[in-house]
Write a protein that binds this ligand. Structure first.
Ligand code: AMP
Length: 283
């Protein structure tokens, strides 16, 4: 497997490569959700490159950067089993050398949902994705719908700044319990893992209400909150029914596609999940 840790090494290798490149950026601690993106890239592109980089600028000082799971050897093994032959593993000094002062700041979609509790988060995400796209120069880049707001912000950045890349969105992969797979799930105790299953159950109930014709956004929000609050271990940060394109909260009747999303804390662990209604496949 090619393992590049510097931009320079990567670029001289990249110059010799022809054919389509698919790219999957990750923070590491890979699970089947990440691997589903990798598999899609392997199907679509001649060559797949995965980056593993725990980007510090998308974590605020009070967040879980230090406790973020680090399983590099296992990650590389999983990628090798899928026959991924190139990974990019830059260091912090490679990505943010002394004197680094330029950031990418999406200023509309970033202001809601995750952006309220995590104010600098999307600036860190957009900056590192912009850098990685410039370095890797893929034809397609793969992102998960699990991070729905991130996906929309990256789509907007690519459109606004004319990045020559196609974004491919990939469905959320779940545990048997329905819990969305996340690297952060590794930090949950067995009891917390059991409690976390309520998140998806509550979202399914919200989707059932929408399917049965409910148009009042408050009814959907309240129903989801009520179900989650049955689990005493969970504290809810937000339950949102937002316009799927603008990410602004719906205050009256639902007429267009909505993004229904939640963020909760289980102990110190923050978990997010969502669905879009109607989903693009059912429209
Ligand atoms: P992360 O390492 O958390 O930054 O995730 C890297 C990519 O994997 C992002 O595009 C995520 O949206 C995607 N991803 C994370 N969890 C899942 C999941 N359960 N299903 C599908 N994609 C996921």
């Amino acid at each position: 497997m090619n393992k590049f840790t510097t931009t320079q090494e990567f670029k001289s290798w990249r110059q010799e490569i022809s054919g389509s490149i698919g790219f999957v950026p990750t923070l590491g601690a890979l699970h089947d959700g990440h691997l589903s993106l990798v598999e899609k890239s392997l199907q679509h592109c001649d060559l797949t490159i995965v980056s593993i980089y725990l980007n510090p600028t998308q974590f605020s000082p009070d967040e879980d950067l230090r406790s973020y799971p680090n399983t590099l050897e296992m990650d590389l093994k999983k990628l090798a089993e899928l026959s991924v032959n190139t990974v990019f593993l830059p260091s912090n000094s490679e990505m943010y050398p002394f004197g680094f002062t330029t950031y990418v700041n999406e200023s509309y979609l970033s202001k809601t949902l995750e952006g309220i509790s995590r104010q600098e988060h999307f600036k860190g995400v957009a900056t590192i994705v912009a850098k990685l796209l410039n370095i890797i120069q893929p034809r397609q880049v793969f992102f998960g719908e699990k991070d729905a707001q991130q996906l929309r912000i990256i789509q907007k950045m690519v459109q606004d700044l004319n990045f020559p890349v196609e974004i491919v969105s990939c469905p959320t992969i779940r545990e048997k319990s329905g819990l969305a797979m996340s690297s952060r799930n590794a930090n949950l105790s067995p009891e917390e893992l059991k409690s976390a299953a309520i998140i998806n159950k509550a979202l399914i109930e919200g989707e059932n209400l929408l399917q049965s014709g409910e148009k009042d956004a408050d009814v959907i929000r309240n129903s989801i909150s009520k179900i989650i609050s049955n689990e005493s271990r969970i504290s809810v940060d937000y339950v949102s029914v937002a316009d799927s394109s603008t990410l602004r909260e719906i205050s009256s009747k639902i007429i267009d596609t909505v993004l229904v999303s939640v963020a909760v804390y289980l102990g110190n662990t923050r978990l997010i999940d969502n669905f879009t209604y109607p989903s693009s496949s059912s429209k």
